[in-house]
Design a protein around this ligand. Structure first.
Ligand SMILES: *Cc1c(COP(=O)(O)O)cnc(C)c1O
Length: 768
């Protein structure tokens, strides 16, 4: 794309002058970001409006997601436009270091993997010219900001991400829609974010809905000096999109949550019906010919009854509307854990969206007539996943093993009746952000070796294996060392901890959850610590164990794990006996931008969930793409990565799904505790005072060894997998000498999007 960088610089200067009356060098990072963002928006405006008009009359895909974990847009937008280096140079000539934009906070409208996947997909669709638009919610407060107090406890702070403005979206008030609830009608106002493709002039759109009141101010109430009541309607409307639910597995705060989901569903579908009529006229029976809608998990599943409701309002009967909905929607499942599958009590739902409940009941009646053994409603509870399987064209899992579990377990009865609906679409990541942008040094080396632009076609990275020799390994190691040095200065600044780049960087970064087994990792670290002090690990290569993770604010056990890791870190880091061997650091506020610093510096990637619990994982892909070796279980996409990379380049440990199934009925965690003295010593630090602990760690101790009531002991098999984990961890440490293990298999979201486009949405890329 031929963008004029000098113009962008000039426009930035002009914006700064007339909006803040400052020069380039006087501007704060926030002012500079705002002005530069506006200048780039101007520069891409022609391409954006042309992209919107292209193929208006053809079939397109729409991605509805309650979450988009976008990260920081300024660098990735300049990168995708191919002007990042040029702009850095131009600004430097004017005395401005664009690195100051590292102060700009992330757009964190998502919790973790699911939201990041949505963001990667938009990037991939734009970059491969697939006509895909995103719909989401513009939460006023994104995922909370995390810090640790002197106790090592997580402290949450609201994330007011638009405080300094939001240069990357346009408010499109004229496309506002109304959303009706029994107690009030609210406005959903769209904000459009451009999705700038890489190596193309295509610009996609992410449309985010923000709730507002029809009448901001009750004038009469204000006149009566009842100021609270005067703003009542405004607050009640704005509450709906005020916060992202900071919990990525179970959904609380139920009424508000239902309202959010309904706004997302209804606003997006009303918008689609409007554009359908513009392009194709009023024959809505043709809707599914032109609109393929993907539901990112069940959070937007109310879209299904909402479309039926809207079509019936336009004069269709139920069966016709059902038929259109079935052809329109497909559903991506992201979890096999029963407690995380969305279920809504009908009474609760009826109090918020009564008409939607009526339609769900009709759908359920139709299902039970056709297949008496299947259900959507049972015991007055609506099962949103079942609704999505029934009224949809396809349902997909996000890794081969995960899709298999869906067929064998979760949706077994459904798979019997509708085998043709089940597909696999293994997740992927955008290589632009996850190597191109965050690791330009490695990108340059790979480009030189494989020729061509692997950021457009990640398959060609496979050619790397023909170039692995002493010289390339040396170069790779030098780059890894440089990325560690860079991370060390970030960690020094953010955490006040000094790390040594000569250490191995063993990294576990992801949401904090019992199933992700951060506790297994830290118990092994404690064990290694004691062994080092006893001189039992003479050849141990010095290692920093780095953690990054946020816990859902109400998830007590996850928070107890955070406190424990922080207190273990303090104990180890203050012990001079291991100072040259061991460091533990838990970074605060792990988010996309932090990930972009950590991942290129990682040597070892910890992906240690028990087999059958992590649907896919995408952190594993980002780390592998940057040349970290995986220390992992045969779970999620690890299975496919390991198959391709070869077990000699991976450290695979632990029980398989099949082995866990067999072990489970007679599993006795305490038996392992009683016989493994080293493990016992590590676990005892949860309660014996070696590490300062509290009731939270005591609860962890009992949850591992005793369980409570219906909660079985060691639900996630930490003790069962412990020995093979420790062996693999120490083996990886010993092998850290010479190796180059990146690039064998990289799972690109371009490939994933191509597969969705051809196998689910049935659309082709546009030629430019
Ligand atoms: C990729 C990513 C995740 C998902 O990590 P998993 O290891 O797949 O759970 C979560 N948070 C952020 C910020 C990410 O970039």
């Amino acid at each position: 794309m031929n963008l004029n960088c000098v113009n962008i610089l000039k426009w930035t200067e002009a914006q700064l002058k007339y909006t803040c009356d400052v020069s380039l060098t006087e501007a704060t990072p926030q002012e500079l970001h705002e002005a530069l963002g506006q200048a780039v928006m101007m520069a891409i405006s022609d391409n954006w409006s042309r992209s919107k008009k292209t193929r208006m009359h053809e079939r397109k895909a729409y991605y509805i997601s309650a979450e988009y974990l976008i990260g920081r847009l300024v660098y990735s937008n300049l990168f995708n436009l191919g002007i990042l280096d040029e702009m850095k140079k131009l600004f430097a000539e004017r005395g401005v270091d664009l690195a100051v934009l590292e102060d700009i906070e992330d757009d964190a409208l998502g919790n973790g993997g699911l939201g990041r996947l949505a963001a990667c997909f938009l990037d991939s669709a734009a970059s491969t010219n697939i006509p895909l638009s995103g719909y989401g919610l513009r939460y006023k407060f994104g995922l909370f900001k995390q810090s640790f107090d002197g106790n090592g406890s997580q402290v949450e702070k609201a994330d007011d991400w638009t405080k300094y403005g939001d240069p990357w979206s346009y408010r499109r008030y004229n496309h506002t829609v109304k959303i009706k609830f029994p107690e009030h009608t609210v406005l959903a106002v769209p904000y459009d974010v451009p999705v700038i493709g890489y190596g193309t002039s295509n610009v996609g759109t992410l449309r985010l809905w923000q709730c507002e009141a029809e009448q901001e101010l009750d004038f009469n109430a204000f006149n009566d000096q009842d100021y609270l009541r005067a703003l009542d309607a405004k607050n009640k409307a704005e509450d709906i999109t005020r916060v992202l639910y900071p919990n990525d597995s179970t959904w609380e705060g139920k009424r508000l949550r239902i309202k959010q989901q309904y706004v997302l569903s209804s606003a997006s579908l009303q918008d689609m019906l409007r554009t359908f009529k513009l392009a194709h006229g009023n024959d809505l029976t043709q809707f599914s010919t032109y609109y393929a809608v993907q539901l990112n998990d069940t959070h937007p599943a109310m879209s299904i009854p909402e479309l039926i409701r809207l079509l019936m309002q336009e004069g269709m009967n139920f069966d016709q509307a059902f038929d259109v909905a079935q052809k329109t929607f497909s559903y991506t499942n992201h979890t096999v854990m029963g407690e995380a599958l969305e279920k809504w009590p009908l009474d609760l739902m009826r109090s918020v969206v009564p008409e939607i409940v009526d339609i769900i009941c009709q759908i359920d009646a139709k299902l039970k007539q056709e297949h008496p053994n299947l259900f959507i409603i049972r015991d007055n509870v609506a099962h949103m996943a079942n609704l999505s399987v029934y009224v949809g064209s396809y349902v997909n899992g996000v890794a081969e093993i995960h899709t298999q579990i869906l067929k064998d377990d979760c949706f077994k009865e459904w798979y019997c009746v509708y085998p043709e609906r089940f597909q696999n679409k293994t997740n992927g990541i955008t290589p632009r952000r996850w190597i191109g942008l965050c690791n330009p040094e490695l990108t340059a080396m790979v480009r030189e070796l494989v020729g061509g632009d692997f950021l457009k076609d990640l398959d060609i990275i496979g050619k790397l294996k023909d170039h692995i020799n002493d010289e390339t390994v040396t170069r790779f190691n030098a780059i890894k060392r440089l990325k560690k040095e860079q991370l060390c200065s970030v960690v020094a600044k953010q955490e006040g901890v000094m790390l040594n780049p000569d250490f191995i960087f063993d990294v576990q970064v992801k949401r904090l959850h019992e199933y992700k087994r951060q506790l297994l990792n830290i118990l092994a670290v404690v064990d290694i610590y004691f062994r080092l002090k006893e001189g039992r690990l003479p050849d141990f290569h010095p290692t920093v164990y780095l953690f990054g993770a946020k816990s859902a604010p109400g998830y007590a056990r996850a928070k107890a794990i955070i406190r424990y890791i922080n207190r273990v870190a303090r104990m180890i880091n203050n012990d001079p006996a291991v100072a040259d061997k061991l460091k533990v650091v838990f970074v605060q506020n792990y988010n996309c931008s932090y990930a972009e610093h950590i991942i290129p510096a990682a040597d070892i990637s910890e992906q240690i969930s028990p087999a059958g619990t992590e649907a896919s994982g995408t952190g594993n892909m980002k780390l592998m793409l940057n040349g970290a070796v995986t220390l992992g279980t045969l779970d999620g996409a690890n299975v496919e990565i390991a198959k391709e990379a070869g077990h000699e380049n991976e450290y695979i440990f632990g029980h398989t799904v099949e082995q866990l199934r067999q072990a489970e009925p007679t599993y006795y965690a305490r038996g392992i505790y009683d016989t493994n003295a080293d493990l016992r010593r590590a676990i005892n630090t949860l309660v014996d005072g070696t590490v300062p602990t509290d009731d939270g760690q005591r609860d962890l101790f009992h949850s591992l060894l005793d369980g409570s009531g219906w909660d079985k002991a060691d639900h996630y098999f930490l003790l069962l997998d412990y020995q093979s984990y420790l062996d693999a961890k120490l083996q990886a440490n010993r092998d850290y000498a010479d190796r180059l293990a990146f690039g064998r298999k990289c799972l690109s979201s371009d490939r994933t999007i191509r597969q969705y486009a051809s196998e689910i949405w049935h659309i082709k890329p546009t030629q430019y």
